[in-house]
Design a binder for this molecule. Structure first.
Ligand SMILES: Cc1cc2nc3c(=O)[nH]c(=O)nc-3n(C[C@H](O)[C@H](O)[C@H](O)COP(=O)(O)OP(=O)(O)OC[C@H]3O[C@@H](n4cnc5c(N)ncnc54)[C@H](O)[C@@H]3O)c2cc1C
Length: 447
């Protein structure tokens, strides 16, 4: 076990004794770690993750702490626009922001955290690039590692389905869509095989599944149609939902509107259709039907990350870390958790970006007050409503007192997300991407 107070990790990954610091300052004065480490007057705040919760925490903290961030992702990802990147309505780099841009004075390690030693106040990490193992110490720890897609133990899902959580997932989906069209276009492909390749199935009728189906349909009608008119006529999208209706969290009228809109488009909606098994080519439903597919997106909800499952912190029956109204983990006064990996014990909130974002901002404020020995109020969540894109330049808005749908709501959807994007650079890029897709169409290259 490494003693954090005795060792630091240098830029090239070596462990260095604190006595070596003076030497390094002379030899290597541009090393960003040295000035940071030389100041031990402030408590070390270690943040795990670079998602909505962590990004908003780090961005809004004052300078009462020395901030260390560890995450396998060195950037923040604006997930609400992730479905748009799967078909090229928006480009990948337009919705990410390097964590180092959140503030200049953080120390960031590009690594996955694999364990916590709560007695020794250290976390064990594995570097992303080279699997290099090291430990980082903390005075205050914030766990904001999010969640993963949950396959709910349905056989074959983990092996054969695709997911939509990270930018890599979106890139794979974009590649697979075009690859399937190219493959279906080859001479000698049987009719059954062509129809299978061109059948796109989405499991899960929540906002992510619905938005992906809507974006894919737009892509087919607006862009793939020009390149593969004979194939687009054969292509199908099927949205499979285990419950009675899609978009279960939305107002009833909005749910009905989305279902009717999908019926008018090429999207078949199968409700009350739990999936029992998946293999390489077929989705099996509980009623005995078999759906051959060329691409299967699985988007049925969240489950705990392997890290959260492994660590020994108090959790609920869905393996979410139990926290109080101040986000303190039960039984610890220097460990906090927020966002999708956590649940407030007596006030469960949905796993959404607006919850994680508000929690990040709140914790920044309360940790600052804590450092300054000022009273801290418990967290109060303010629900701002829900939005979803449903295709054909139409969206839903389920806001307090306002239930919007259609084209005007789509304009509102776009402006609402544009205003929430974290930097001027990304706002500009997203605006530009939208205009580019409208004027020139989406790119259909596969590489
Ligand atoms: C496609 C999609 C669309 C969505 N659309 C919306 C929407 O329109 N509106 C809305 O409110 N919500 C939306 N969400 C949900 C929203 O993205 C999440 O609720 C939100 O991101 C949760 O924030 P978080 O900080 O808890 O976790 P995340 O934002 O998921 O961030 C988790 C971070 O932890 C890091 N991490 C993971 N494991 C480790 C580890 N072992 N060690 C260190 N770091 C780790 C990850 O790399 C990541 O940086 C969407 C989600 C998806 C996937």
């Amino acid at each position: 076990m490494l003693d954090f107070n005795a060792f630091i990790v240098s830029r090239n990954g070596l462990y260095l004794n604190r006595n070596a610091v003076a030497f390094i300052v002379i030899e290597n004065s541009y090393n960003p770690i040295i000035p940071f480490m030389s100041n031990r007057t402030r408590a070390h705040l270690l943040v795990l993750g670079t998602g909505f919760g962590a990004f908003n925490l780090v961005k809004n903290l004052k300078d009462d702490y020395e901030i260390i961030v560890v995450s396998p992702r060195n950037h923040f990802l604006f997930t609400p626009l992730l479905p748009s990147t799967t078909v090229g309505t928006i480009e990948f780099r337009s919705i990410i922001e390097p964590i180092r841009h959140a503030r200049k004075d953080i120390r960031f390690y590009h690594a996955e955290v694999v364990g916590i030693d709560t007695a020794g106040n250290t976390v064990a990490c594995i570097g992303v690039a080279d699997k290099h193992e090291f430990e980082v110490g903390y005075d205050v720890l914030v766990v904001a590692v999010g969640a993963v897609s949950n396959s709910f133990g349905v056989p074959g899902v983990a092996e054969h389905a695709m997911f939509l959580k990270e930018l890599n997932d979106a890139r794979e989906l974009r590649q697979r869509i075009v690859r399937n069209f190219e493959q279906a276009n080859l001479p000698g492909i049987s009719v059954e095989e062509r129809q299978r390749l061109l059948h796109f199935i989405v499991c899960g009728g929540g906002p992510t599944g619905v938005e992906f189906a809507a974006e894919l349909n737009d892509f087919m009608l607006e862009d793939l149609q020009k390149a593969y008119p004979h194939l687009v006529a054969e292509a199908r999208i099927t949205l499979v939902e285990a419950m009675k209706e899609i978009l279960g969290a939305f107002d009833e009228k909005l749910r009905r509107y989305a279902t009717e809109l999908f019926a008018r488009q090429r999207i078949s909606v199968l409700t009350e259709s739990p999936v029992t098994k998946v293999d390489e080519t077929t989705v099996y439903l509980k009623d005995g039907s078999e759906l051959p597919y060329g691409l299967l997106l699985w988007s049925t909800g969240n489950g705990p990350t392997p890290f959260v499952e492994r660590i020994n912190l108090p959790k609920d029956n869905r393996s979410r870390i139990l926290i109080d109204d101040f986000f303190r983990v039960e039984g610890f006064d220097n460990i906090y958790a927020l966002g999708d990996c956590s649940i407030i014990k007596n006030n469960p909130l949905p796993a959404t970006s607006q919850v994680a974002q508000q929690q990040g901002k709140y914790l920044a404020k309360s940790l600052t007050r804590h450092a300054r020995n000022t009273d801290v109020e418990p967290f109060r969540y303010k629900h701002l409503g829900m939005l979803a894109y449903v295709g054909d330049n139409k969206a839903l808005a389920d806001l307090e007192g306002v239930k919007g749908r259609g084209w005007a709501t789509w304009l509102f959807w776009r402006s609402a997300y544009l205003s929430r994007i974290v930097s001027l650079k990304n706002k500009t890029l997203v605006l530009f991407d939208w205009m580019k897709a409208k004027v020139f169409g989406r790119d259909i290259s596969q590489f």
